[in-house]
Design a binder for this molecule. Structure first.
Ligand code: AMP
Length: 131
């Protein structure tokens, strides 16, 4: 079982931002900026482009709904989207509220936020998420 499957199933704690029956969104534990969120399918699949067209479309629409919530919670120019998947073998979309293109540089030093700050960020996004 992948670490992200364990997160989606609640076996490993996470800062939940949004969910539905098929997908789950939670804060990246090493955020580039406040509001950096990961979106995953509950189904275990490593490579995003192994998803079939219908599942991938639903995944992208869910990520869009999460991005809308992030932008309301953390006003930004745009929410950037990236897919890397070099570290964790479970498909995930990074959503990053951007004030400039520099915010999407994954080599930037990550923020170190307290558990209270992380929870407050997740709660803010969750409260803006429209199911
Ligand atoms: P990548 O697979 O290259 O897209 O990177 C995986 C991302 O998942 C990194 O940004 C990590 O900080 C993040 N990550 C790894 N483990 C956790 C976890 N337990 N909770 C939240 N985010 C995580």
């Amino acid at each position: 079982m992948s670490i992200f499957t364990k997160i989606a199933e609640g076996e490993i704690p996470s800062y939940k931002c949004a969910e539905n029956e098929e997908f789950y969104a939670f804060l990246d534990i090493n955020p580039l900026v406040k509001g950096h969120t990961l979106v995953i399918p509950r189904r275990e699949v490593d490579y995003i482009f192994d998803m079939n067209d219908d599942e991938l479309a639903r995944f992208q629409v869910f990520a869009k709904q999460v991005a809308i919530a992030i932008k309301k919670a953390f006003p930004c120019i745009k929410v950037g989207q990236a897919v890397l998947g070099l570290e964790v073998p479970h498909a995930h979309i990074h959503l990053v509220p951007m004030q400039s293109e520099k915010d999407m540089n994954f080599r930037n030093e990550k923020l170190s936020l307290s558990a209270e700050e992380m929870q407050a960020i997740a709660d803010k996004i969750y409260s803006e998420f429209v199911k």
